[in-house]
Design a binder for this molecule. Structure first.
Ligand code: TYM
Length: 334
């Protein structure tokens, strides 16, 4: 809370081309809060460097992610849209919170375990303390709600624990945030291995539908999606993960319930079903893609937004950081 206004905060890494998982699990839900909350949506480039990035690509994706925020309905007049590395308080608070986070807590994070298995040659300390930087992102803005996909829930829960621990020693410092995980779209699975999360870093391009894929590519990828050897279109995550994932995607993009979708496809074959999922996905993404292209073409406009967003965010970040520094006993000169 800032004053009497509730706050929503979330972030997306500019570490790869964004997927329909990012869109359905996070991005498209951000604007829910634009009217009634003070909203901060950040392109988290500092998080991205926990794995090696090619500088020119990181830079390009930072512009793209900002353009995509706007294309997903985030009006820069109503939302603070900015780039993490342009607000130095994130990294500063992160150091402080490191001193309030336990080694054991960080060791238990499933993302750390997964990423350190995947990048065994680069298990750097940043990969380990990543959730602390995430906690500082959230806590700097006295955040009430954090809309995320299910894979980030554990990190937001750790953030709550860190905030409560800090508040216990220094009362009334941080608002305790709540993760908000969408019911539908919380975990979109890979099209090639439907028991695995769809991930922007997947090496198999057929496993992932990107937000910016063209219509034919989207339809082709869905046609190749792995299903099962039965023929019934029924939601059952354990027995039929591929079909269930496609039903979820269909339901997210059409607004129909899973039951309605099952009825609609009763008696139909997998071929027709997959084609239909491809069509509704391509239809839903077309306006996002058009607006993205328009925004991305205006580089000066994006840079002006980066500047404005960073100034807006810094105002709030500074207030929280100086409150924290004062509580800790750091000398403050006026
Ligand atoms: P990132 O960049 O991996 O993903 C951005 C958002 O997309 C969601 N998501 C998914 N949702 C459903 N199905 C999927 N297959 C899928 N893949 C990704 C993620 O849950 C996330 O909400 N650490 C965060 C970024 C971050 C952040 C923050 C988020 C940094 N600071 C503070 C919230 C608050 C991350 O790596 O997200």
């Amino acid at each position: 809370m800032f004053g009497d206004q509730k706050v929503s905060f979330s972030g997306v890494q500019p570490s790869g081309n964004l997927t329909i998982g990012n869109y359905l699990g996070a991005l498209r839900n951000f604007s829910t809060y634009s009217e009634e909350y003070k909203t901060f949506y950040c392109v988290v480039d500092e998080h991205a460097i926990t794995v090696r990035q090619i500088p020119a690509e990181l830079r390009r994706r930072t512009y793209e992610t900002l353009a995509l925020y706007m294309a997903c309905g985030l009006d820069p007049e109503k939302n603070t849209l900015y780039v993490q590395s342009m607000v130095h308080e994130h990294a500063e608070l992160s150091w402080i919170l490191n001193c309030f986070t336990m080694f054991g807590e960080l060791s238990r994070m499933t993302q750390f375990k997964d990423k350190s298995a995947k990048h065994a040659d680069n298990i750097n300390a940043g990969l380990f303390t990543y959730p602390v930087l995430m906690a500082s992102d959230i806590l700097l803005y006295q955040t009430d709600v954090v809309p995320v996909g299910i894979d980030q829930k554990q990190h937001v829960e750790l953030c709550r624990d860190i905030a409560m621990r800090f508040n216990q020693v220094y009362p009334d410092t941080f608002t305790i945030p709540e993760p908000i995980v969408a019911k539908q779209g919380r975990k979109i699975m890979s099209l090639a291995e439907p028991t695995k999360k769809m991930s922007k870093s997947d090496e198999n391009p057929n496993a992932v539908v990107y937000i910016l894929d063209d219509r034919d590519t989207i339809i082709r990828k869905f046609k190749r999606a792995v299903t099962d050897s039965e023929s019934e279109i029924r939601y059952d995550e354990a027995a039929k993960p591929g079909v269930s994932n496609l039903l979820s995607i269909y339901s997210c993009f059409t607004g129909k319930t899973i039951e309605e979708a099952e009825k609609e496809f009763a008696g139909k074959g997998y071929g027709d079903f997959k084609a239909a999922v491809g069509e509704v996905t391509a239809d839903a993404l077309a306006p996002v893609q058009a607006e993205f292209a328009r925004r991305l073409a205006d580089k000066a406009g994006l840079e002006a937004q980066m500047k404005k967003g960073a100034e807006e965010a810094s105002y709030y970040a500074r207030r929280t950081l100086s409150k924290v520094q004062k509580k800790l006993g750091f000398v403050q000169l006026h």
